[in-house]
Design a protein around this ligand. Structure first.
Ligand SMILES: Nc1ncnc2c1ncn2[C@@H]1O[C@H](COP(=O)(O)OP(=O)(O)OP(=O)(O)O)[C@@H](O)[C@H]1O
Ligand SMILES: [Mg+2]
Length: 241
């Protein structure tokens, strides 16, 4: 397993937002965590990237215990986080945002940097057209592409992505999910958090369902898509997906 999370608990003060979550992702897999508002998806992901400190539990990456490592050390090991709401550096240009993503990895003038950049621009050509535009003036979809591109500049082996489809038009969502297929083909493993369960289950190999801080179901995406209780709760009752 590339990622193995065991019995993860995260508190905000007295409130236990994540209660004993265990999940894993094998190298090359796309694993999704679906669940309603407030289920604890963002909290779980933030503990995995090191932005939040779990109260108990263990996070292992590539066989190494990373539970207590600071975020930048996890990035160095190959774990990148695309946060909910994108959080691009609004006052910086597209090119500068991408440069920020690479700073732990390669110098801007190195051939390796150029290679990472070419890889991102091939995936999202619009970012090349907009290289000198200030990121805050990009459309929502372009900002999401930039946030993903910035994470890829760190050359991750594991990508933690929080709600990439949030607030975006279906056509843009389709484009972004197609890019995920390509990124996976380049050898990256995904932990994808989504409220858009339909889209997530279509691309993922396996899925976990999170409810009020606990995993209540897990299985192959196919099995969850075929399960009426899941489709009713998370896919608006539309079984014909
Ligand atoms: N900074 C915080 N302080 C206190 N409580 C928080 C904080 N952040 C989140 N929570 C609470 O923790 C629970 C889980 O929140 P979280 O953001 O992880 O859910 P989520 O599944 O990502 O939801 P959404 O789909 O709306 O993004 C919620 O009850 C939320 O109110
Ligand atoms: Mg969230």
């Amino acid at each position: 397993m590339l990622l193995e999370v065991q019995e993860l608990c995260v508190h905000y003060g007295e409130i236990e937002a994540v209660r004993g979550v265990s999940l894993s992702a094998d190298a090359g897999e796309i694993v999704t965590v679906i669940g309603a508002n407030g289920a604890g998806k963002t909290t779980s992901l933030s503990a995995m990237s090191g932005l939040l400190r779990p109260s108990t539990g263990r996070i292992a990456y590539d066989g190494q215990d990373i539970t207590r490592l600071p975020p930048h050390k996890r990035v160095e090991l190959g774990v990148a986080h695309v946060p909910e709401g994108r959080h691009v550096f609004a006052a910086m240009t597209v090119a500068e945002n991408l440069e920020m993503g690479a700073f732990l990895r390669h110098h801007r003038r190195s051939p390796e940097y150029k290679k990472s950049l070419d890889g991102v621009l091939e995936l999202f050509p619009v970012l090349a057209d907009r290289a000198s535009q200030v990121a805050g003036t990009l459309s929502g979809g372009e900002q999401q592409m930039l946030a993903i591109g910035r994470a890829l500049m760190a050359e991750p082996r594991l990508l933690l992505i929080d709600e990439p489809s949030l607030g975006l038009a279906p056509l843009i969502v389709k484009q972004i999910f197609e890019a995920f297929g390509e990124i996976r083909a380049r050898g990256v493993t995904f932990l994808l958090v989504e409220q858009n369960a339909h889209q997530a289950l279509k691309i993922a190999d396996r899925a976990y369902v999170l409810e009020t801080g606990e995993i209540v179901r897990e299985g192959t995406s196919e099995s969850l898509l075929g399960d009426e209780s899941i489709t009713r709760a998370y896919l608006g009752g539309n079984v014909a997906v």
